[in-house]
Write a protein that binds this ligand. Structure first.
Ligand code: NAD
Length: 480
């Protein structure tokens, strides 16, 4: 067992060892070995992190935005200098392949620089009054103290996706990493300290959702909860937030449909759908999770997709580079994937390739899987599945494809493959999702807006709209 990390809380600019006795083990999913273990932050320490964030907020919000942004740039520099170390930690504790971890780390640094550029572009409004001697100003002001509660699937990037907009708009923040991936957050807090971010502006605490997460959702001193994770947890957080009418920003699960029309470039569709399914072992909110294919091209498409999945390689990302994906995050994740695949089999779907876990390894690996003859009401079409599994449904015409796509509790990402402008336009206008990708993979870009309809969330992240999520308005009526 490595003791390299020795996780400590970061509160008010100081590192402290938790006095809690509750210990959490950090497991490497590639071989199920224990990387290290750490103590959960005590309730008293979480409260003190919230208190210092509250105390520091007024001074921080009065610091010129351009100066606040300079810290984001310093953190970005620090990330770039330590890229290899962060990549190693993310691969080790989360199990993504090195290239993807590299993209995550570089993306985080770029996101900080991008957000810093907003410092001089935050604008309020002047509204015409009914009275000639009055001006009405609408100021944009920070929310106050934000709590950032993170999942494990893009653990490093998501720190930045919450911290950067919160800080540049004048908020302070208390961050809780996922208990599955806390080492990268601890190393991030060290970097933050080295960048000289003023004390109390950013605080890191560690532990489980039911304890630390719950306090970060239920405290009256928190002004906004920025959460990324499952629908179930989002709902529990809303219940706590409701007691204090705390603002929630929720980035939740997805069940992205891909629509493949008869006039699509089939090779392009196969390649993009495969990529958008196996990325991060199929554990991304915007992964393609159900494919609707026109009956007229179903045979050719299915054959090519099955071949592409059969040629997809998985393995231990700590030691291998010629692989497309690594392990699933934990045993629970693997059980859920198996349960949904078995349920589809039991309901008459046909496994064309894969359909089971790789038992030859200590780690948690699932074979690339294609399942044909799926029906709209099957659990595998309705429930989120975090694994490299592609269920296929055939459709008669565009109206039916759109109806199937919209028939979901989730409404985050969707994609369409067609070379017909009319078809693309109709689908864009009728598909009810926060994001629609046409003839491409599903990865979003940070100057856009990442948000989901229905149970996929409330509010969103990135770009101008994501930034303004971290602000509220103050209307001032001024008469001389
Ligand atoms: P999760 O909901 O199990 O956990 C997320 C975080 O919530 C963890 O830090 C956990 O400790 C905490 N938590 C758990 N119970 C809590 C409670 N009662 N109160 C407060 N906090 C609590 O999710 P996960 O398994 O870490 O992540 C996977 C999920 O995240 C998937 O559903 C995925 O689609 C979603 N996700 C969404 C986006 C997006 O942008 N929409 C991005 C990444 C992941």
């Amino acid at each position: 067992m490595s003791d390299n990390y020795n996780i400590q809380n970061y509160i008010n600019g100081s590192f402290s060892v938790s006095t809690n006795t509750e210990e959490i083990k950090n497991i490497n999913p590639s071989d199920s070995s224990i990387i290290n273990s750490f103590k959960e932050t005590s309730i008293e320490d979480v409260e003190s992190a919230i208190d210092v964030a509250k105390k520091s907020q007024s001074k921080w919000s009065k610091t010129p935005a351009i100066e606040r942004a300079s810290y984001l740039k310093k953190i970005a520099e620090g990330i770039r200098k330590n890229e290899d170390e962060f990549v190693r930690i993310i691969v080790e504790e989360q199990g993504k392949i090195k290239d993807l971890a590299k993209g995550e780390v570089q993306g985080a640094a770029n996101y900080l620089d991008y957000t810093a550029e907003w410092a001089r572009r935050i604008e309020g409004e002047i509204v015409t009054s009914d009275s000639p001697d009055e001006n009405i100003f609408i100021f944009k002001i920070p929310m106050g103290v934000v709590s950032g509660i993170l999942p494990w699937n893009f653990p490093f990037f998501l720190i930045v996706r919450k911290l950067a907009p919160a800080l540049v708009t004048g908020n302070t923040i208390v961050i809780k990493a996922s208990e599955e991936t806390s080492n990268n957050a601890y190393m991030f807090s060290k970097l933050l300290d080295a960048a000289g971010v003023p004390k109390g502006v950013v605080n890191f605490v560690y532990g489980r959702g039911q304890t630390v997460g719950k306090l970060l959702s239920s405290s009256k001193k928190i002004d906004m909860i920025s959460f990324t994770g499952s629908v179930e947890t989002g709902s529990a957080i809303m219940t706590e937030a409701a007691k204090n009418i705390t603002k929630v920003n929720l980035e939740l699960g997805g069940k992205a449909p891909a629509l493949v029309l008869a006039d699509a470039d089939i090779d392009l569709a196969v390649s993009k759908i495969r990529d958008a399914r196996v990325i991060n072992s199929g554990q991304v909110c915007n992964c393609v999770e159900r494919v609707y294919v026109d009956k007229k091209i179903a045979d050719e498409f299915t054959e090519k997709l099955t071949k592409a999945m059969q040629n997809t390689k998985f393995g231990n990302p700590n030691t291998k580079t010629d692989i497309d994906y690594g392990p699933l995050i934990n045993e629970d994740g693997s059980k859920k994937v198996s349960e949904l695949v078995n349920s589809a089999k039991g309901s008459g779907a046909e496994i064309l390739t894969g359909g089971n876990r790789d038992e030859s390894s200590e780690g948690i690996y699932y074979h690339p899987t294609v399942i044909a003859n799926c029906k709209q009401d099957m659990r595998i079409i309705q429930e989120e599945i975090f694994g490299p599994v592609l269920p296929l449904v055939e459709f008669e015409d565009l109206d039916q494809a759109i109806e199937y796509a919209n028939d979901s509790d989730y409404g985050l990402t969707s994609s369409i493959f067609t070379n017909n402008l009319k078809t693309a336009l109709k689908a864009c206008n009728e598909i009810r999702f926060g994001e629609t990708m046409i003839n491409r993979d599903n990865m979003e870009i940070f100057q856009s807006f990442h948000a989901g309809l229905r149970k996929s969330g409330i509010g969103g992240a990135d770009g101008k709209h994501g930034l303004y999520e971290y602000m509220q308005t103050h209307a001032v009526y001024m008469r001389a």
